[in-house]
Write a protein that binds this ligand. Structure first.
Ligand code: PLP
Length: 420
């Protein structure tokens, strides 16, 4: 496929012309650079604002102003059920039933909450297998979790490292590490895509390996949601959490997603920390004793829906619904491959550490610079290319297919050429 790529304006323009998703670009606000839209390759960190967001937030302001407390039932989007407005679209992207998914709180908070349900260590079974170099919040969450249980992180947390001289994890090494824990394994908790390398892990194989040891498999899908469609139900994953402000464009601090497989979610006795929003609506307002969880992931809800926080996400997900996650993934595969092709035409002193196999990555390419990474990143930013730098030495480029074009990728390449 790559041999057909060309580093020319006419080629990029022809790709954009035949791209069925090209019109979505105009539905977003872009940061400006010298009077023009910047090239935005940071959607893996904070997605752009959809133009429809303002009206979505205004709607809730109006309903609050005009209806006050009656807005819970009579708002255009009744607040009492606000989290359900996301269920269908989220379920479609994550490969589960609408009951298996919910939107609430934020990612690390949800991770802590769901870990209270799934991590119940015993003397024998208490270990958690995770990737070395996981996103810091996940590292902190697991470290403090095991300490809360009186355990030593050096013993309870088993980190999988790349082999000497390598940057990616081999699936066989992940599976081996899981198998070696035997009865001591309580859970695996991995990021679906590693934020630093961009490596997309084999979720079904890792999940099956955890189950084989009698352990749960949990996933942090922050970099997967809205990027790669997954099949959380069929892959038998036990639980997953993600945030909504990266590829999903929900805005800074947007409410996060939670998946709980129905075999746990439909068990009202499954241990959890409850609150009134997770209680059955039919009995919630009787204000009586006795927690009755709603079936599904919504049974982990705790507090009143954060309507203003969620309004932007609602607007953004409508665009995802229109675009279709499978179409986005198809474009993304090609757009990222084009970026990879163009990087191959430059003489940047770096190595692409993200897997070359398109099935093992999403919309991100991580460029490792043995030196001068920060200086090169600063030059990119000055040139109107918004991307980020992560220690040690990595510039991450994420051409999100919803609002990035082939012409953007080519313009990026032209800017790089001016560096040498
Ligand atoms: C972005 C990200 C987070 C951020 O957590 P918040 O609670 O939303 O601040 C956590 N984990 C991973 C893997 C991430 O990529």
């Amino acid at each position: 496929m790559n041999t057909a790529f060309q580093p020319t304006i006419s080629f990029a323009a022809a790709q954009d012309m035949s791209d069925g998703l090209a019109s979505f670009k105009s539905k977003f606000h872009f940061p400006q650079h010298e009077g023009k839209d910047a090239i935005y390759f940071c959607g893996n960190s904070l997605g752009l604002q959809a133009r429809s967001v303002e009206a979505a937030i205004r709607q809730e302001l109006e309903d609050w102003r005009n209806l006050a407390v009656e807005g819970y039932f009579r708002a255009k989007n009744p607040w009492l059920f606000y989290h359900t407005h996301f269920s269908e679209t989220m379920a479609g992207m994550m490969g589960c039933s609408p009951e298996e998914v919910t939107v609430m709180n934020t990612l690390t908070v949800n991770l802590h909450l769901i870990l209270q349900s799934f991590y119940r260590p015993t003397k024998e079974r208490y270990r958690i297998v995770m990737e070395a170099g996981a996103f810091p919040s996940d590292q902190y969450a697991l470290e403090t979790l095991v300490r809360l249980h009186g355990l030593d992180p050096d013993d309870a947390l088993v980190e999988i490292h790349p082999r000497e001289g390598e940057k990616l994890l081999r699936t066989e090494d992940i599976l081996d590490t899981i198998a070696r824990q035997g009865n001591s394994l309580a859970m695996t908790l991995m990021g679906g895509i590693n934020y630093y390398t961009g490596q997309f892990y084999d979720i079904p194989a890792i999940t099956a390996a955890a189950h084989q040891q009698g352990a749960y498999a949990g996933w942090d899908l922050a970099h997967v949601a809205g990027n790669i469609p997954v099949q959380l139900h069929d892959w038998n994953t036990d639980f997953a959490v993600w945030c909504s402000y990266k590829y999903l464009n929900g805005g800074p601090g947007a409410a996060g997603g939670l998946f709980v497989h129905e075999r746990h979610g439909n068990d009202p006795a499954f241990p959890r920390l409850g609150g009134w929003w997770g209680n059955d609506e039919k009995t919630r307002f009787r204000m009586e004793k006795g927690f009755v969880p709603k079936p599904g992931a919504a049974g982990w809800q705790i507090s009143t829906a954060q309507v203003f926080n969620m309004a932007a996400l609602k607007a953004s997900l409508e665009l995802f619904k229109d675009a279709g996650i499978e179409n986005l993934r198809a474009k993304s595969l090609r757009l990222t491959a084009y970026l990879e092709f163009l990087l191959g035409q430059t003489s940047l002193p770096c190595e692409i550490i993200t897997p070359g196999d398109p099935q093992q990555r999403g919309a991100q390419l991580s460029l490792f610079f043995p030196k001068d990474g920060t200086a090169i990143h600063a030059r990119m930013m000055e040139s109107g290319i918004i991307c980020d730098y992560r220690e040690p030495g990595v510039i991450r480029l994420a051409p999100a297919p919803l609002y990035c074009s082939y012409a953007d990728v080519l313009r990026f390449h032209d800017v790089l050429k001016s560096f040498s």
